[in-house]
Ligand binder design. Structure first.
Ligand code: SF4
Length: 917
């Protein structure tokens, strides 16, 4: 039978599986069927029946009334969308809804943007014919939460909020309770937003067609005069945001439904944590430190001071006495300019960025195995994955929108492995949770590879056709003793075997990893072994598969792409290659770019302490709070003759600066961010930079010009054009052609982009198998006797990195402090109770932090975050690092614990008393 059906007796072709609603709206090119319970990012539901249409099996034949939103079109159907009977039915439904709805449109926050109001008008309601009866108009409002509100007197029981919580976020906080007329929306076990386990993503608020669930920013009100599309500044998911403004002030943020990265969803950081942008703490004037005190300065004074100091230091000590740390929070164009300034104007390769302390091992490991250090597949592929492997990543906290997608697939029964020392949220849904001891990733992956080989579960044809080095690799793996490695990892070998064989048997297994892979002594080797695992099973170069690092900061991919690293310039070209050196010098019109590799961040600190590094310029990075071994970092900062910090706030690092420059936030500037799936997206300026601040790109340009290098004033389009001429995989990127959803690199000259890498062959030709032996962490080897616990650091959903931005938003009312996660058995042993302050001591120092008892941890393993300077957890972390990429080993810190005494205890009591009052 032909796939055609009739709308008002005219025949049209329909798409397989298309609903009547979608079919009619596609053909009519307008939304002629009204809906209430339907929403663009939710499954069809068929509850409100407002979308009812008449359907007959023959022309003008006997018709049945059907809900268009969830009824698929069938061949030969005759659909009549707006008969008189249907119009009457729709009007009657809405009238009944309105009998239990306050008719206070004129004072309602969504007046003019209420879907119920619009539908009521479209079906021609002027008055409600029914007399007043029982209703729910006296329902109390829920104002418990810093962002979310509810006024259920406005609820029309469409279930959109409940479905958004289930289908989009996968949280199941909202549900319907009661029967018949008493049916109502509840949060948790009928509590408030704040008391429930709500993750504050706002999906329910965006889904609600009225103001029954809303937010403090009244994001559905029509107060905005302008809406600007931009990209979130927090994590590497790269969610598209639609920002509403009025008279240059930001009112609210919503998630566009057509965004490819996030499809109408965000987490609470993207949607709600924007009020930092005009916080009173924003830096509003340059500062110069004189006699140990900051003094306000004009931009000219600040520039003159910086330029004369840089020139003096360069003349006295050479260019390698100067270094820069660029920012993964700023756009590609600003990163490009910063590395260009350091290389072509200062004349050194001493440029790095925070990729050093997060995914530098990923970039290096993947480059060694495949030739390219970036995610092989797209976020969209999660829908096609038949198996999910998560290693050292906590996606529902650290990459919430992608995390929600992964979790949804796991909840739908897609088999999975989670390799993590903690029982993180996704571990609860995993088929296999391999809860290993921190620092033993290499041993565990070698076990998986051993079982795949010994059980003949490898993909021989992929290995033969696409890879090299396999036989040598295999012979090393076969020498391993599984009992030894099981002991090292703390994971039962039969469980590892079962998990490995399940992964190998899948037709499309998608791998994700995070900092639990990279922030180790053997970070790069772990990445290479993951690449081995992917290649040995042929899980690359196809949909729903691949090796996919979950990138931490919003533009950490872009910062590295742009050359903010000491060994590779813009476009990952080797700075020690004379031909490349010549290419960069010619392109930049300079003869300053040197041929030797510059300092990586940890080397910058060492060089500062040794007196070899005299000047450091840091953009948007709080190294004192976030880099390991705080006291050493502080010492390095204080040894410098010139420390320029370009920032939004007076961070812990800025306090050590000699010059502070007030930069602009992502909402105040333009450029592009590249997300974790290589998607280059436009960051559009929403408001002007706050008075006294400047866009970071313009600040760099100003100094370049003052140091004698002619660089045009900053525009995103202009710098992007320059980038496209030097970065090979940006060749076809043009500002005006990026559209709303951007393009995934490599972008060819004709503008076409790339959703998946390594389809026919790897970037380096053949994929390279490489074996690496497990080595015990130096930290544990040296200190386990005196410091028997291991503390591993993590990240919380509500805060971001040093928290400078999120702590200046309502997020700080949701998560108020860093805490120490400790297993009840360890707590008993150390006589620590839940809520006690604990002194955690490592070979570097000690901190006091509140204990939370949880069996999320293994005995002997502790965990915490470093979002709050009050705790300053990095005082105890070690500056041991990955042997290859110099990424610090944040995940394995030897320590001992005891109940706090003295000052910390008093502090804890004071804080508790303050909270109670
Ligand atoms: Fe999306 Fe990440 Fe921003 Fe949350 S923090 S809105 S997941 S980009």
């Amino acid at each position: 039978m032909k796939n055609t059906a009739f709308i008002n007796n005219t025949e049209y072709a329909f798409d397989e599986g298309e609903t009547i609603l979608k079919f009619v709206h596609r053909i009519e090119q307008q939304n002629i069927i009204p809906t209430l319970c339907d929403a663009p990012n939710l499954d069809p539901f068929g509850s409100c029946r407002v979308c009812s249409v008449e359907v007959a099996l023959e022309k003008n034949g006997k018709a049945k009334t059907m809900a268009a939103c969830h009824t698929p079109v069938a061949p030969g159907q005759y659909i009549y969308p707006s008969t008189e009977a249907i119009k009457k039915l729709r009007k009657n439904i809405i009238e009944l809804v309105l009998t239990d709805h306050p008719l206070d449109c004129l004072t309602c926050e969504v007046n003019g943007n209420c879907e119920l109001q619009t539908v009521a008008a479209s079906v021609g309601i002027r008055e409600v014919r029914y007399p007043e009866g029982e209703n729910h108009l006296d329902k109390a409002k829920d104002l418990s939460h810093p962002y979310m509100t509810s006024d259920l007197s406005k609820c029309i029981n469409c279930y959109r909020c409940v479905r958004a919580c289930d289908e989009v976020q996968g949280e199941f906080i909202l549900s319907m309770a009661g029967r018949g007329f008493d049916t109502k929306i509840i949060k948790g076990t009928d509590s408030s937003f704040m008391e429930s386990d709500c993750v504050s993503c706002g999906a329910c608020s965006q889904a609600c067609p009225t103001s029954a669930i809303s937010d403090i920013f009244q994001s559905k009100a029509i107060g905005a005069t302008e809406k600007t599309r931009t990209v979130c500044t927090y994590c590497g998911v790269g969610c598209n945001l639609e920002v509403a403004t009025n008279n240059g002030e930001i009112l609210s943020i919503q998630a566009p439904y057509d965004a490819e990265a996030n499809g109408g969803h965000t987490c609470l950081k993207g949607r709600y944590a924007f009020k930092f942008y005009n916080h009173p703490d924003r830096l509003r004037t340059p500062l110069i430190k004189r006699n140990g005190k900051f003094e306000e300065a004009s931009w000219d004074e600040a520039y003159d001071h910086i330029v004369s100091e840089l020139n003096r230091i360069k003349a006295d000590n050479g260019p390698d006495a100067i270094a820069g740390i660029s920012s993964a929070r700023t756009p590609n164009e600003e990163n490009y300019l910063m590395q260009k300034f350091i290389r072509a104007v200062v004349g050194t390769n001493n440029i790095d960025c925070c990729a050093r302390v997060c995914h530098s091992p990923t970039a290096l490991g993947m480059q060694r195995s495949f030739g390219t250090g970036a995610a092989t597949n797209s976020i969209e592929d999660i829908e096609h994955a038949q198996f999910i492997l998560i290693i050292g990543a906590n996606p529902t906290d650290a990459h919430p929108v992608t995390g929600a997608k992964i979790k949804q697939r796991m909840m739908k029964g897609v088999p999975s492995i989670v390799i993590d020392p903690r029982k993180i949220e996704v571990a609860k849904y995993a088929t296999f949770h391999l809860q290993l001891t921190p620092g033993t990733n290499v041993a565990l992956l070698n076990m998986m590879l051993y079982y795949i080989i010994t059980e003949n579960a490898e993909d021989a044809s992929f290995i033969d056709n696409r890879t090299e080095g396999y036989e040598e690799f295999k012979s090393e793996i076969l020498k391993l003793d599984m009992d030894d490695l099981a002991k090292v990892t703390g994971v039962d070998k039969t469980l590892v075997k079962e998990a490995a064989l399940a992964y190998a048997a899948s037709s499309a297994a998608m791998e994700f990893h995070g900092l639990g892979v990279t922030e180790h002594l053997q970070g790069t080797f772990t990445v290479q072994l993951i690449a081995d695992l992917v290649m040995i099973t042929g899980n690359i170069g196809k949909k729903g598969a691949g090796l996919n690092p979950l990138r931490g900061q919003n533009n950490v991919q872009g910062a590295a792409d742009m050359g903010a690293q000491p060994h590779q310039g813009a476009g990952y070209m080797d700075v020690t290659d004379p031909e490349i050196n010549n290419k960069y010098n010619t392109f930049y019109g300079s003869d300053e770019v040197p041929l030797h590799i510059g300092y990586k961040i940890p080397e910058m600190f060492d060089a500062a302490i040794a007196g070899d590094l005299k000047a450091l310029w840091i953009i948007g990075e709080d190294v004192v709070q976030t880099d390991p071994n705080t006291n050493k970092v502080r010492k390095a900062m204080d040894q410098l003759e010139l420390l320029v910090v370009q920032e939004l706030f007076m961070t812990e690092t800025a306090k050590h600066a000699t010059v502070v420059l007030p930069g602009a936030s992502f909402l105040e500037k333009e450029g592009t961010f590249t997300n974790g799936e290589r998607r280059i997206q436009r960051v559009n300026k929403v408001v002007e930079p706050i008075k006294g601040s400047k866009s970071d790109g313009q600040i760099i340009v100003d100094v370049m010009n003052r140091m004698g290098y002619e660089q045009e004033d900053y525009t995103a389009a202009g710098v992007l054009e320059e980038i496209s001429q030097i970065v090979p995989f940006f060749k076809g990127v043009k500002w005006e052609e990026l559209g709303d959803n951007g393009k995934q690199w490599p972008v060819l000259e004709d503008g076409s982009d790339t959703q998946m890498l390594h389809i026919e062959e790897f970037q380096r030709g053949k994929g390279k198998f490489q074996y690496h032996d497990y080595k015990k962490s130096n930290e544990v080897e040296r200190h386990e006797k005196d410091f028997p616990y291991i503390i591993t650091t993590n990240r919380e959903l509500e805060h971001y990195n040093c928290g400078a931005m999120t702590r200046r938003t309502g997020n700080v009312d949701i998560l108020t402090e860093d805490v120490l996660l400790i297993h009840p058995e360890d707590a008993r042993k150390e006589r620590i109770s839940d809520g006690d302050f604990v002194c955690v001591e490592s070979p570097r120092g000690k901190v006091d932090i509140k204990a939370v008892l949880t069996d999320e941890m293994k005995p002997g393993i502790l965990s915490s975050t470093f979002h709050f300077p009050e705790v300053m957890l990095n005082i105890i972390t070690s500056d041991e690092h990955c042997t290859e990429a110099m990424c610090p080993e944040y995940k394995v810190v030897s320590c001992r614990i005891r109940k706090s005494k003295g000052k910390a205890k008093i502090l804890a009591q004071e804080m508790d008393e303050e909270r109670v009052s």
